[in-house]
Design a protein around this ligand. Sequence first.
Ligand code: C2E
Ligand code: CA
Ligand code: CA
Length: 502
Amino acid sequence: MSARQILVLRENLSLTRRLENRVEARTAELHHRAFHDALTDLPNRALFNEHLINAVRRRGRGGQSLAVLFVDLDGFKRVNDLYGHATGDRLLRAVAQRLTRTLRTADTVARLGGDEFAVLLEGPPVAGDPDTAAQRVLRALERPLRIGPNRITVGASIGIAVDVNGDETAEELLRNADLAMYTAKANGGQHAERFATEMHSAVLERMRLEAELRSALAHDEFFLLYQPVIDLASGVTRGVEALIRWDHPRRGLVSPVEFIPAAEATGLIVPIGAWVLRQACAQVQSWTVTEGAVLQLNVNVSAVQLADAGLPDAVAAALADSGLDPAQLTLEITESVIMDDLPGAIAALHAVRALGVKLAIDDFGTGYSSLSALRDLPVDTLKIDRSFVTGITHGKAATDLAQRIVQLAEDFGLHTVAEGVEQPDQAAALTRIGCESAQGFLFSRPVEPSEILVLLRAGSAEMVDEWSGQEFHPKRPSRGPDRSIGYGISGATGVRTEQTAT
Ligand code: C2E
Ligand code: CA
Ligand code: CA
């Protein structure tokens, strides 16, 4: 072989090697891409499953145990809505980093998709204690993340699945962790729960409820009842509180106590709440137009709605579409909701109040408001919780308590409405201590619009009798100057009766 031939051969050889190296690198890259998430570079679902399957095969050997954490961020959608998707993506990357740093290198941290992550813990039981690991993750995510100019805090709901029986498949472990996460989220989020067998049926039930809620809106299964709010001094109906009901195709009437929590957990309360606002405003405005009755309308607004940036728009749209005077609308927000995130609540309350609507604190007395907080809140009315009304005729202590609340409201220039008045002597006592208005079965249960209309048209005594207790004798309804309707209260109850025009 000539020197030249040897040279060519060498060149060819090195060329081949270079080519081979490139193919190898490219294959490795493709392999990496196939098994890693492009955004965070964490292992993806496929790789996680592979690790999990291997871990399941290895388990039991040398005291190895395994557990799966299913981590789902709380409030990630809100970050996306508020700051945009680019920030959302950066946040996911930052979370991925935190997770990796928080856990041991032996643990597999993967992104399953969206804001869902999974962790595979493998090792001797103590070192890999899944509850401790979950707590570490929760604590790590409690600290705000710095994304560009923003400091953003997201929490997480974590489900833990441990292989207790030693015979769970990889698939079962991941699914159990998912179910436990779902339960943690449904129970308020920001914490971890261990999988328990009962979760299966509970979660299935919840999922069915969710699916049904989703279709309920589309199929017009919700409707509103209205409960009159009575002016205690005059017996006049000042307004109504709208209360939602669900006419379930199979289960019949479902109470809001049953489905509002699920609607909140899934965010469905936002479209449902928007529907309530539209429906109630249109209804009350129709009474204004056809009956000339200017009723106040109270609508309940849940925590999730208050936290939703779209609430002012939803309220404005309901007002604009119906033509209802904003001054006729009061939004009721539960006290505990306001106290849970005071600065956030104050900002949101100001935003809706700018539309000219009023605000009431619902269930007042149950949420431990501080006095200074009350001063800072842009509210108009306190609704005294039923628990205070119940005891009011049973002793001095309960009466004193209710009186203190009324006094407090007066000091802050707020109106008072007592909730859940069932007995005439409760109404009497409330009137004595200076409470302005009341609601309750004594006056009326929540009723169909048609019954409110009857009340507005004539306020037939029989009907009012049927609604209320024996001693509470309605008189003929009056039409005062404000054209609101009312009925009297018997002298026997000690409640003042003030019927102007008859
Ligand atoms: P809430 O806002 O405190 O409403 C008052 C509840 O007390 C209503 O129950 C009403 O029917 C009931 N009630 C009225 N008078 C009396 C009485 O004299 N005695 C007794 N024992 N109860 C009385 P309801 O309609 O089942 O509503 C329950 C809760 O569901 C409401 O409590 C409110 O928090 C929520 N809710 C109802 N409608 C809506 C809605 O449209 N949106 C939202 N977000 N929540 C709603
Ligand atoms: Ca209410
Ligand atoms: Ca209430």
